[in-house]
Design a protein around this ligand. Structure first.
Ligand code: PMP
Length: 428
């Protein structure tokens, strides 16, 4: 396949008119397709329906420590839920607090508490002239909206195949006391689906922050979300690494069962040092008398242990894998060799990250919308919604049915081709 940039003006115009015909045909179908958010499909949600049956009016609702889960009590989570989520996030049950239904909520709360009350005795961030966060890009839009909401200045850190550019991270964290945090999705990252290398994690643990209240916000949302049994990414466990390097309090690990059981009705947790946990619990005691223990119990009785959860994730993979492959095969088949985009083939997570020619992402998303396909807004993967290159587009293949997905991907590649041709013609 000859790259578009190497074709003559006439050849490009001819290709464009063929593609425009095809585009008109799909547009006329009046489709309504959505590849914008990483939501599990109904078939995936069905996998956890057994959870509806594990608790009923006959069930013994006492947890292992004898507490009646129907009543108040147990601020930081029932023991068996701590064990399950501790295994999920690879820490000790003594290093975990179980929260409510959302890890994003814990992240918001963690930033909010640091703003108003500081971090273990440090000056509350709201009293400081400037507070900064490092943001590996492209990244998760909802992280960026939290820090933007609190007026925290966000600094872009380019992602490499091994994780964030650690030379830059070290430069900022070790020299600038206004840098208080970094957002990380270390495994099957949102949106690239890539995993931080062992060396990257070790460099994180070896950071020497200029600010005593600097923390790594380690959002391991896709820690057990593999697509393949035989090709799995491995992530070094960071809490232990930080402890080994003499920085036991430097990391907060966040996780939830949102994309294991039911998004919005799962169980979320923070894993961190005991000193951090004690500080957090003081605030928590004022926020709530305790989270939903019945839901914690429901999760434990359904999955039983981490092995049950891993088995369950295999069933998710069976549904997700063909969807990812449909998109990846189409990208390879339709765009391979044209030199109008790059993408990574992930082994897990929920997304495929597509980098179009600079200056094309917004137009591609708009073009796809014309034919009834909603994509994540261009720019959303960057702080302030501003992609300096206007190049990155996040593809979320999980929600549409396989049939819808095949059509959606066709619309996407058509849009990429049409917009890229216009861009190349502009410069010819
Ligand atoms: N973190 C990341 C990286 C995510 O992609 C998502 C969901 N899309 C979340 C957090 C949200 O998690 P929760 O449902 O636990 O709030």
């Amino acid at each position: 396949m000859t790259a578009y940039k190497d074709r003559s003006r006439e050849e490009l115009l001819q290709e464009k008119s063929v593609l425009e015909e095809k585009f008109k045909e799909v547009k006329a179908k009046g489709l309504k397709l959505d590849m914008s958010r990483g939501k599990p499909s109904a078939a995936q949600l069905d996998l956890a329906m057994g959870m509806m049956d594990v608790l009923n009016s006959e069930t013994d609702l006492k947890c292992s420590e004898g507490v009646d889960c129907r009543n108040y009590g147990v601020l930081d989570g029932i023991r068996e839920a701590k064990e399950l989520l501790a295994d999920m996030t690879e820490v000790s049950p003594d290093n975990i607090i179980i929260y409510g239904n959302s890890s994003l909520n814990i992240m918001y709360d963690t930033v909010s508490r640091s703003m108003t009350h500081g971090v273990m005795g440090s000056t509350p961030w709201c009293k400081l002239e400037k507070v900064k966060f490092l943001c590996p890009v492209p990244g998760y839009d909802r992280h960026f909206t939290i820090t933007e909401h609190f007026g925290i200045e966000m600094i872009n850190i380019p992602m490499t195949p091994d994780g964030p550019d650690m030379d830059l991270v070290e430069k900022y964290v070790n020299n600038d006391p206004a840098v208080k945090g970094i957002w990380c999705v270390p495994k099957y990252s949102n949106p690239q689906g890539s995993t931080y290398s062992d060396e990257t994690v070790r460099r994180f643990a070896r950071l020497n922050p200029a600010a005593e209240d600097f923390r790594i916000y380690w959002d391991n949302a896709y820690g057990i979300h593999h697509l393949y049994d035989d090709k799995q990414d491995n992530l070094v466990e960071i809490l232990m690494e930080c402890k080994k390097e003499g920085h036991p309090d430097m990391v907060y690990k966040f996780c939830s069962t949102s994309k294991v059981s039911f998004p919005g009705s799962g169980v979320a947790a923070i894993g961190t040092s005991k000193a951090n946990l004690e500080y957090i619990k003081k605030q928590m005691a004022m926020q709530t008398i305790g989270h939903d223990k019945l839901n914690q119990l429901r999760h434990v009785r359904f999955f039983k242990d981490i092995h049950g959860m891993v088995q369950h994730m295999r069933k998710h993979a069976e549904i997700l894998r063909p969807k990812f492959e449909t998109v990846l095969n189409c990208l390879k088949h339709e765009l391979g060799g044209l030199e109008i985009g790059n993408w990574i083939e992930p082994r897990g997570g929920y997304f495929i990250s597509f980098d179009a020619l600079p200056g094309c992402a917004k137009d591609i998303v708009a073009k796809a919308k014309e034919a009834g396909l909603v994509m994540t807004g261009a720019g959303a993967t960057f702080p302030y919604g501003k992609d300096p290159q206007d190049s990155n587009i996040r593809i979320a293949p999980s929600y549409p049915t396989p049939e819808e997905l095949a059509i959606a991907t066709d619309i996407f590649v058509l849009s990429v081709k049409l917009v890229s041709i216009d861009k190349i013609l502009e410069n010819k």
